[in-house]
Design a protein. Structure first.
Length: 431
């Protein structure tokens, strides 16, 4: 009988992982999640956690019936009660549902700024950094229609990447206009592409009637050629949308955040209006998108809430880890050094069991081997577990009231009074 394996399109995150696959190393996840939480707090975004599955109708209404995600990438099943449920393919609809359900946006002038770090699920061909289960850091801001909120979300995302150490970032920016502008542009695009329908890919021929803006985002060579000379969304903007987009650009310029306006950028979700953006990283080849977002001023109302403006982004964390690896960036690790206790005899083991608890109570990571192995075997284990220091206790130390502290990197060792070892280690591990 063959061993049970993780399902296709999933992977395990392990203490050491596979160095060739940086998204399998738990320390890497701890580092980027810590940075995400820190930067979210700096911008006053608070954490929200929603279920990993929702009623299917939420994503049909929220993400959009015509999106590729809903049409062919969702994991949908019927539960024993006959309800259709879907594993979360993207974060925004669930956050909106929670905000509406718990009346977080019910009061006049309500505003809400939240972030999440969560797995999403999409049924697409698994490839490096793109799995059936993948993870996102995302933020959503509700209640502020002004372009200042767009700029803050973009700045937060760029700040997150900067703090992680990503190099060679490029911000692509576009606007789809408000709902009326978007409709005018959609009609103009269909009029332009209809005579060229036979030149489009099979997917884009379908999109021409269902979601024509997605044709602009297609990488298929047929579609790239067929849309040459297509009108740009900016040509159909209302005066309010023009003013909004101009202000977003002005704010980013003031914040020294370079960007490129890309009229083909639409993103893959039906609910976007006005500002949309995408961040790419150099040196990654075709799969260079780090994440992106946009404004969605009609989504809350679509999902049964009061009309409330919103804007946010999602950042794929597997893609981020791949970018850092490709660029040779080592994530900052925040865990303090490990102290390993070496016991020479039963009495020393009992003394170390007391010491280890004292160290942990003072927030000093510590471990030991209680099985009675030789000193050589214990030191070998300490080295294998990545300990920075070793404390040795034997009969001599018990008699003298001292312990022997050894720096396992430099091999320097010192006798220190047992009563002073905790304070001494605190001064070492906090340097």
């Amino acid at each position: 009988m063959s061993k049970i394996q993780a399902p296709k399109g999933t992977y395990d995150i392990l203490p050491d992982g596979n160095p060739k696959d940086p998204w399998t190393v738990s320390a890497n996840w701890q580092a980027i999640e810590r940075i995400a939480r820190e930067v979210a707090a700096l911008y006053h975004f608070r954490e929200i956690r929603t279920p990993i599955y929702e009623y299917t109708d939420l994503f049909h209404r929220g993400t959009g019936e015509t999106t590729d995600i809903v049409r062919r990438e969702t994991f949908t099943f019927t539960d024993r009660g006959g309800d259709s449920l879907t594993l979360r393919p993207e974060g925004t609809p669930g956050v909106v549902r929670a905000a509406v359900q718990h009346n977080l946006l019910a009061d006049q002038g309500s505003r809400l700024k939240v972030f999440y770090i969560a797995p999403n699920f999409r049924y697409e061909r698994p490839q490096r950094g793109r799995y059936h289960q993948h993870h996102q850091f995302g933020v959503e801001a509700f209640g502020i229609a002004q372009p200042e909120q767009d700029a803050e979300c973009i700045t937060l995302q760029m700040d997150f990447y900067r703090r992680c150490g990503v190099k060679d970032l490029s911000l692509r920016l576009n606007t789809l206009g408000d709902a009326e502008s978007k409709k005018r542009y959609r009609d103009a695009l269909v009029q332009f592409l209809e005579p060229r329908k036979s030149q489009l890919s099979e997917d884009s021929q379908r999109r021409l009637t269902e979601n024509p803006l997605r044709i602009l985002d297609s990488k298929d060579e047929k579609d790239v050629k067929a849309r040459e000379g297509a009108p740009a969304a900016q040509e159909y903007l209302s005066e309010a949308s023009q003013t909004h987009f101009a202000r977003v650009q002005e704010l980013l310029t003031q914040g020294s955040i370079p960007f490129v306006v890309d009229s083909t950028l639409v993103r893959g979700l039906d609910y976007y209006t006005n500002t949309v953006w995408e961040v790419i990283a150099g040196g990654l080849g075709a799969q260079n998108s780090m994440g992106g977002g946009g404004r969605y001023d009609n989504l809350v109302e679509t999902l049964d809430g009061k009309p409330t403006p919103g804007v946010g982004f999602g950042s794929g964390l597997e893609r981020l880890l791949i970018a850092l690896e490709a660029q040779g960036v080592d994530l900052p690790k925040s865990s303090p050094p490990l102290v390993w206790l070496i016991s020479l005899g039963d009495a020393a083991r009992d003394a170390n069991l007391k010491l280890i608890q004292e160290l942990r109570q003072h927030n000093i990571p510590a471990d030991m081997d209680p099985t009675g192995r030789s000193a050589k075997a214990q030191f070998k284990l300490a080295d294998r577990e990545g300990a920075a220091y070793a404390i040795t206790v034997g009969e001599t130390e018990l008699s003298s009231g001292n312990v022997v502290l050894k720096n396992l990197k430099t091999t320097e060792q010192t006798a220190i009074a047992r009563s002073e070892i905790v304070a001494h280690l605190q001064s070492l591990v906090t340097k």
